[in-house]
Design a protein around this ligand. Structure first.
Ligand SMILES: Cc1cc2nc3c(=O)[nH]c(=O)nc-3n(C[C@H](O)[C@H](O)[C@H](O)COP(=O)(O)O)c2cc1C
Length: 201
């Protein structure tokens, strides 16, 4: 599918038909998410994949009873990982595994550690959440590319989600992406005119 068609035909699906997406397709989507860009390549996110209908039922009241939660095939819970230091350590190990010489990457890694030390706890969360939305973007367009539908969602209670999904403190549910096959129809897109959006200097 042409990228322009993906962008124009993707829409925030309000109701899915309950059919399951084949796992091979879901795995393709997970790869598109995994390759999202992030600042310093720190990848400060973790995506929890909910498939159990009992868990979805539990999450429904914590999501304003929006029907996407119980009718989707898979519910992707995009969590920001505010333990940025742990991810820097992981990234260092992965770079070495990939052939980097520890001495060659020392100053780059130190730059990341200094950056992390300079952030308050609130700033760490905000920074991690901003990166997480880039991964969400890949999920939304990626789903359409692979032939199914999605909905970006912030209408949920992150604290309740953390409890129900038993998440560790470093993970903060930030946005949802239910995926499945739409049972509704796309409405005409409304966007601000170009003059409102773009400014040439
Ligand atoms: C961060 C974010 C949060 C959103 N939260 C919800 C939500 O909780 N429920 C919902 O039905 N749609 C939600 N939307 C969908 C938007 O309303 C929708 O993207 C917007 O109206 C544009 O429509 P389109 O995506 O169909 O082009 C959200 C979108 C974004 C980007």
């Amino acid at each position: 599918m042409e990228f322009e068609k993906i962008v124009m035909e993707r829409y925030a699906t309000k109701l899915f038909d309950g059919r399951k997406i084949p796992e091979s397709k879901v795995n393709e989507l997970l790869e598109l998410i995994r390759y999202a860009p992030s600042s310093f390549n720190i990848q400060p996110w973790k995506i929890v994949i909910v498939t159990d209908s009992k868990v979805k039922e539990k999450l429904s009241p914590a999501s304003w009873h929006q029907k996407q939660i119980t009718t989707c095939s898979h519910l992707l819970v995009f969590c920001a990982n505010r333990d940025i230091a742990a991810n820097i350590n992981l990234l260092e190990r992965e770079m070495v595994k990939n052939g980097a010489k520890p001495d060659d990457i020392k100053s780059y890694i130190q730059m990341m550690r200094d950056f992390e030390k300079g952030l308050s706890e609130d700033e760490k969360l905000s920074w991690a959440q901003r990166q997480t939305y880039l991964a969400l973007g890949n999920a939304l367009n990626g789903a359409k590319f692979l032939g199914f539908d999605s909905c970006p969602m912030e209408g949920f209670d992150p604290k309740e989600y953390s409890k129900i999904l038993n998440l560790p403190k470093n993970l903060v549910p930030t946005a949802l992406c239910p995926i499945g096959y739409a049972a509704d129809k796309q409405k005409e897109k409304l966007r601000f005119p170009k003059e409102e959006v773009f400014v040439y200097d």
